[in-house]
Design a protein around this ligand. Structure first.
Ligand SMILES: [Zn+2]
Length: 350
């Protein structure tokens, strides 16, 4: 299964889709799950909802499909392209990246450049370059040439970086946030023997405001929900001071609190359900209390009169960069935990 999971994750991470442009990821989810579910719907915002019919009890799994990226905002007369970030970027990580522009004539490759350091003076050279001072070079020499290539204002842009294996079961890729969560959802649905009705939802636009989760949870009104995502592994240089006990390779994380409680405070019952399931099946897990970042669960749990919602995350290093790193064992165990939890949910939430 390890190899299957790796190739599924590679397919998902190498696919491209910034917020609002999740089409390719949606197609992968449909193809993966069509043999396992009774119905697949796409709602007006673009969420893909895969339904496996069962009892009256409704269970929802949500995995956001979008990745952070950029969008074209201006093309100058010499053919250089200015761009706006979509999602949370650490500016200095964008510099020097090779990117893909998804124009209306197909993919176009480009590079992100800035003024060369050789021409910078004194202190300028020591400062981080901001995205507003960067540009994309696609090799064109005029604005008309750029337009002819199918690139215009509003063309979405993603990072060009394929997933590769590192030591042992670790992998690195550009969009493990949140294709790791998408792979975990797909795997959990394939594995679970829950007899409830299950809604596996690939959500849109999480990175820009949890938008798809909000409307899909409203439509489904589940009895219980699990959001899948990645979380910060505080186990590499510079993260020690976070005083977080989440490490890569030690199992999926169950969120207790994120964003210092402004996002999700998981209910005692949700925690009991997920922890007792992990303990019963001897699945390793970690508990996460985080001060920053949040997930689709934040939007889901506040839907209608309130929905018991938990988060299962894959610990990841270098989140929101083109070189995110996770351990496939955590992903595998996360899928197992979700699959078993769905089978036992009715006892806790009916
Ligand atoms: Zn995410």
């Amino acid at each position: 299964m390890a190899n299957e999971l790796k190739s599924l994750l590679k397919k998902l991470s190498d696919a491209h889709g910034i917020s609002g442009y999740e089409d390719d990821i949606r197609e992968i989810i449909k193809a993966e799950l069509e043999d396992y579910v009774d119905e697949i719907r796409v709602d007006k915002l673009g969420n893909v909802i895969c339904i496996k019919n069962g009892s009256e009890f409704k269970e929802m799994i949500a995995a956001h499909m979008d990745e952070i990226g950029f969008i074209v905002k201006y093309i100058d007369d010499k053919g250089f392209i200015r761009f706006t970030p979509i999602g949370g970027w650490f500016d200095q990580i964008a510099l020097g990246q090779r990117v893909v522009l998804h124009g209306n004539k197909g993919k176009v490759y480009g590079v992100i450049g800035c003024k060369p350091p050789h021409l910078m003076k004194g202190d300028e050279r020591k400062k981080a370059v901001e995205i507003k001072d960067m540009f994309i070079d696609i090799g064109a020499t005029s604005k008309d040439e750029v337009l002819d290539m199918g690139i215009e204002i509003g063309t979405p842009i993603t990072i060009d970086r394929e997933l590769v294996g590192l030591e042992k079961s670790r992998v690195t890729g550009k969009a493990l946030d949140n294709r790791a969560g998408v792979a975990m959802m797909i795997q959990a649905l394939k594995e679970t023997k829950s007899d409830a009705t299950i809604y596996a939802v690939g959500t849109v636009q999480e990175e820009v405001g949890l938008k798809g989760a909000r409307v899909s949870a409203f439509a489904i009104e589940p009895d219980v929900a699990i959001a899948t995502d990645v979380c910060i592994a505080a186990d590499y240089p510079g993260t020690e001071s976070a005083h977080m006990d989440v490490k890569m390779g030690k199992g999926p994380a169950i969120t207790v609190v994120d964003a210092s409680g402004r996002g999700l405070i998981a209910s005692k019952n949700v925690l009991r359900w997920l922890r007792e399931t992990a303990e019963k099946y001897e699945i390793p897990y970690q508990l996460e209390v985080a001060e920053g970042g949040t997930t689709d669960a934040t939007a889901i749990h506040l839907t209608k009169s309130g929905i018991p919602t938990g988060v299962i995350s894959v610990p990841a290093r270098y989140i929101h960069s083109p070189v995110e790193v996770i351990d496939l064992e955590d992903l595998k165990n996360g899928a197992l935990l979700i699959a078993r939890a769905l089978e036992r949910a009715e006892k806790y939430f009916k």
